[in-house]
Each structure stands twice: as structure tokens, then as C-alpha cells.
Design a protein around this ligand. Structure first.
Ligand code: ZN
Ligand code: ZN
Length: 556
């Protein structure tokens, strides 16, 4: 019997975001990615993280963390995890491609987290990490230097695809290395495949990133005489390259805008991943003096992010750039699910300013970074795994990927569908569900502080239905109320009607608390419950609403 490999999924299986898994042999753990999730409907929550409790309990047994690529859903949790580990006196090495590690370094610096040992991985690198003989292969994705990982384990090879597509003509010529997978499949095989499910439910194949370049070029030519502003993801270096190429071909100077865009462009240039000459670049402070017809701005905010450059331009609050009917704004990205409404508001705000809009709904100014069904099947065919777990996706994506594998002829008992918090064991007998760990959403605000479920619930209730505050003071010795209850509310009833409602609540609460006090009740908590009940009855019966109720009772 070979030692089993335990795989624990802390996030990313059931949502796009917070990808994080741990592989373990004989108690030695190697982590795979540590991402965050951007919440779209949690008020006052900036990031959602995996619950690191399970890892922190085993902190001294973590031998490192492999980060597959530079997207936030893979590296965004690192500052929080490393801080928590440092509190336990533990620092772990991070393994990744130079670009990915550059992004990690920038992120940790920005958060004031001490930089751990960063170990660079080249394409085709082979090295031992903890109990595993690892090999790293290039994959094409919407950020450079993505790596899939082959973990050599006592139970055979485990292949993790990373986020990938099969682009035959990527901008940097660096294609996903399926030939090496076929080679490995032919020599002692791949035991278990963990693969990206994001686009499993979409038929066909994605289009190549290099198809975007000519479309951008056409847009630039068609908008001669106008200033062009392109919104794109700051980590999408190859897209930025194609914007730069279109600008160069049409004689425009580039202005790179937004802190993350500036940071990533600088990093990518340093690493030779982005070709742009110094003389083609101008700082945003010079925009006023530049000929708009010979200017191209590349910036963040194409997802409608509230603080990003595009939003400020649309508001008219951008420091250096006032836009109007001589500007063309190109959205070189697709809406991420959940962002549609804010993007549509942004489109409208820009259109009101007379801006000419170009987006992926009209022209091929964007293509996905995740392989569709045919590409996933090609990966399955190349790796020909004995066992399969779909990863990286919302639940429906995981199911679609499961179905794809079945359709390819994989027998159902060789596929295990897992979700956040599942721990499985790979043994001589195959995949065995082992246990469950916490899959709780760990929510943090902008400053990195934890936000509880209760707090989010309160904010939701307040933002939806308002709140009612009730304060009662009781003279415990004499057994009577001191003054009348004080009632305040916001967001519950029309301001003009407020006083009348407050009086009614005050009188209902006074009756209820008074009769309890007459019966000898002196416990402030118990009396507050009565006040809440009396308020709740009146509120729901008369107004049919459910505002947050905040009763306080003081017994003197
Ligand atoms: Zn990605
Ligand atoms: Zn991802």
C-alpha cells in the first residue's frame, strides 16, 4: 500500500474566486493557490477569503504554496494567510513564475506584509516541493506565465490544469503544453486530473487572443481624429500589448492610467513580457498638453469598479482627463457575472457625455482566457487521466465539466464531484471522500478587518428596510418607567409620517414594558425582548415591513 494523498479544497469549487487547495502526504502539506473572491452583494465587504483555520492548525506542516498565475482569485488571499501564519511564527516559501511572484511581491508590499522566500519557476521547471516531485508546464491564459502543475506523488501523478485555454496563436507564442501531457500519459500515466471548469458549459472553442489585435487596429483606424481610451484588466499583459501595437501603428502616444495598471505595466516591461518604448509613453499629468487625436489611454475600470479611472471619467471627477464627444471608449473585456448592472450604468454615464462606445457585444475586442468544452476535451484526451475532479467554477460549471468527462466515456465511478470544504483521499483504491472542513465565507473590509455574517445581515436589513431604535429607562426600585420611551428610525417610513409612527411605537412599547415591570420583571435583556416584540408587532402589522429593530432598556 502506497501512502495516500489527501486533497482538501478550501475554496474555488462552487464559485469563481478564492481558489485554494492543500495536498498532503504523511502530514506534509503543499498549498495550491490562495485566492480571494470579489463579493458583489455583501455590503461593506471588500474581499471574501477561504477559512484558513484548517491550515493555521497545521501551520508548521505547510512546506510551501504554489501559485499558478497572477489573478486575484489565485493570489488575493496570500496577504491575509501570510499575516495569520506570521502570527503563528511561520513563514512559508511561495513558488511561481517570475511575473506571478512580481505581482505577489507588489501586493504584499502594498499590504505591509513581510515578503517570504519567493522561488521562481520557469516553464518546464522540475523541482521537489515538500513531499512532491513537481513539474511545471506552460499554459495560455488571460495573464502571462500561467503554469499547470504535475505533482509526482506516492499515488501517481496529479495534474492541476490551472486556468487555461488552448490558444494556437497566443501573443507571446507560448502555447499550452499538451505534447508533454501526452508523453506523461504514455509513460506510467496521469492518475488524477483537477481541471478548470469555468467555460465547461459553453460549446466549441475560444478564439485566439491574437484575433483581438486586428479588431483593435480597425477600431483605431475608424476613430481617427478622436482620442481613444481603452479599458482592460491590468493583469492582461497581452491585451495591453495589442492596444500598444494598435496605438503605435496609428501614431498615438500611450498614457497608462490607474495604480494597478501602472504597476503591472512596469513589472511586465521589466520582465520583457511587454514591449513598449519609453518615447511612446507619457505620464497622465501631461494629458492636457497632448493632442487628443494622437493619444491612447489604457486604464482600469472596465468592470464598472467604483474607484477606477473609467468611473471617474464618467463622473467628470477625473483629475487629468475630461471626456466628451471627441472621445472613443473601448471596453476590451467581458462583464464578469455580477458586474453587468454597474457596467451598464457606466456605459450610460459615458454615453451621456457624448462618448462613442465600443464594447465586446459589438466587435471582437475581447476573448476569454478559459477554454470551452472542446478545449477541455482536448486536455482530457491528452492527459487521459484515470480519475477526475472538476475544479475552478460555480457549481453549474463543475456539473457541466463532470458531464463532459462522462460524455468522453469516463466511467462515473472515476469522477468525484467535490465542493468547497471537501477533503478527499487518493488511495490504491481510487478517490475516497474523507472528511469536511469549514467552507465558511471569511469576509473582510477594506482595512482587512473581519466582517461577521451578523454585521452583513444587519447592513442588509438596514439598507433594505431601515431601522427602528427604541430606548426605555426603568426605575427598578420604584417599578416604573422614567419618562416615555425614545423612538428613532431611518429608512422605515416616509420622513413626513415618521413622528406619528414613532409615537405609536413609543406607546406600544411603554404598555408592554410597564406591564412586565408591574409583574416584577427587572432584567434589562428580558425587558428589551418585550420592547422588541411590541415594536415588531406594530411594525409588521401596520407597515408590512421588516426594519432592523434596536431596542435598549436600562434599569436604574
Ligand atoms: Zn485566471
Ligand atoms: Zn481563476
Amino acid at each position: 500500500m502506497a501512502h495516500p494523498v489527501h486533497i482538501t479544497f478550501l475554496g474555488g469549487l462552487g464559485e469563481i474566486g478564492r481558489n485554494c487547495a492543500a495536498l498532503e502526504v504523511e502530514g506534509r502539506i503543499v498549498m495550491l493557490d490562495c485566492g480571494q473572491l470579489f463579493p458583489d452583494d455583501l455590503p461593506g465587504v471588500d474581499a471574501v477569503l477561504p477559512d484558513f483555520t484548517w491550515l493555521l492548525e497545521r501551520a508548521d506542516r505547510i512546506e510551501g504554496c504554489v501559485v499558478t498565475h497572477a489573478h486575484e482569485d489565485h493570489i488575493g488571499g496570500l496577504p491575509y494567510l501570510l499575516k495569520d501564519l506570521a502570527a503563528e511564527g511561520v513563514s512559508i516559501p511561495i513558488y511561481g513564475a517570475p511575473f506571478t511572484l512580481g505581482m505577489v511581491r507588489g501586493k504584499l508590499k502594498g499590504e505591509g506584509v513581510p515578503i517570504p522566500e519567493l522561488i521562481e519557476l520557469g516553464d518546464h521547471a522540475k523541482l521537489r516541493i515538500g513531499p512532491f516531485d513537481c513539474e511545471f508546464l506552460p499554459v495560455t491564459h488571460s495573464t502571462p506565465s500561467g503554469l499547470m502543475t504535475i505533482f509526482g506523488t506516492p499515488q501517481g501523478r496529479i495534474l492541476h490544469s490551472s486556468d487555461f485555454k488552448l490558444d494556437p496563436t497566443p501573443v507571446d507564442g507560448r502555447v499550452t503544453d499538451l505534447p508533454r501531457l501526452r508523453e506523461l500519459a504514455g509513460s506510467s500515466g496521469i492518475r488524477l486530473l483537477l481541471a478548470d471548469s469555468t467555460n465547461a458549459g459553453i460549446a466549441g472553442s475560444s478564439t485566439s487572443e491574437t484575433t483581438v489585435g486586428p479588431v483593435l487596429r480597425q477600431v483605431f483606424e475608424a476613430n481617427e481624429g478622436r482620442r481613444i481610451i481603452v479599458g482592460a484588466f491590468s493583469s492582461h499583459v497581452h491585451r495591453i500589448q495589442q492596444v500598444v501595437d494598435a496605438a503605435a501603428a496609428t501614431g498615438r502616444t500611450m498614457v497608462v492610467m490607474g495604480p494597478s495598471m501602472v504597476r503591472n505595466v512596469t513589472l511586465a516591461r521589466e520582465l520583457g513580457l511587454l514591449r513598449i518604448s519609453d518615447k511612446m509613453l507619457a505620464p497622465d499629468t501631461e494629458l492636457d498638453d497632448m493632442d487628443p487625436a494622437r493619444t491612447c489611454v489604457v486604464c482600469t475600470g472596465s468592470q464598472g469598479e467604483p474607484r477606477a479611472a473609467l468611473k471617474r471619467m464618467a463622473d467628470g471627477s477625473h483629475r487629468f482627463l475630461k471626456i466628451g464627444d471627441r472621445d472613443t471608449v473601448v471596453f476590451s473585456s467581458h462583464p464578469i457575472p455580477g458586474n453587468e448592472a454597474s457596467i451598464s450604468r457606466l456605459h450610460n454615464a459615458l454615453a451621456r457625455r457624448g462618448v462613442h462606445l465600443v464594447h465586446s457585444g459589438q466587435l471582437g475586442v475581447h476573448t476569454t482566457g478559459h477554454g470551452k468544452a472542446d478545449e477541455l476535451l482536448e486536455l482530457h484526451n491528452a492527459a487521459d487521466p484515470e480519475l477526475f475532479i472538476p475544479v475552478h467554477g460555480e457549481y453549474a460549471h463543475l456539473v457541466a465539466h463532470h458531464d463532459l468527462a462522462l460524455g468522453r466515456g469516463m466511467s462515473p465511478d472515476r469522477i468525484l464531484r467535490c465542493t468547497d470544504g471537501d477533503s478527499v483521499s487518493l488511495t490504491d483504491d481510487g478517490l475516497v471522500p474523507a472528511s469536511r472542513v469549514s467552507d465558511e465565507y471569511v469576509m473582510v473590509d477594506e482595512s482587512g478587518r473581519r466582517v461577521s455574517e451578523d454585521l452583513v445581515e444587519e447592513r442588509r436589513a438596514m439598507s433594505g428596510e431601515g431601522f427602528v431604535f427604541i430606548r426605555v429607562v426603568v426605575d427598578g426600585r420604584k417599578g416604573r418607567l422614567i419618562g416615555e420611551p425614545v423612538v428613532e428610525s431611518r429608512g422605515w417610513v416616509e420622513p413626513a409620517d415618521r413622528q406619528d409612527w414613532h409615537d405609536q411605537v413609543a406607546s406600544a412599547v411603554a404598555d408592554s414594558v410597564r406591564s412586565a415591570v408591574d409583574d416584577g420583571q427587572r432584567d434589562p435583556k428580558e425587558l428589551a425582548r418585550m420592547a422588541r416584540r411590541a415594536t415588531g408587532r406594530l411594525v409588521s402589522r401596520r407597515t408590512g415591513r421588516r426594519p432592523a429593530l434596536v431596542p435598549t432598556v436600562e434599569v436604574r
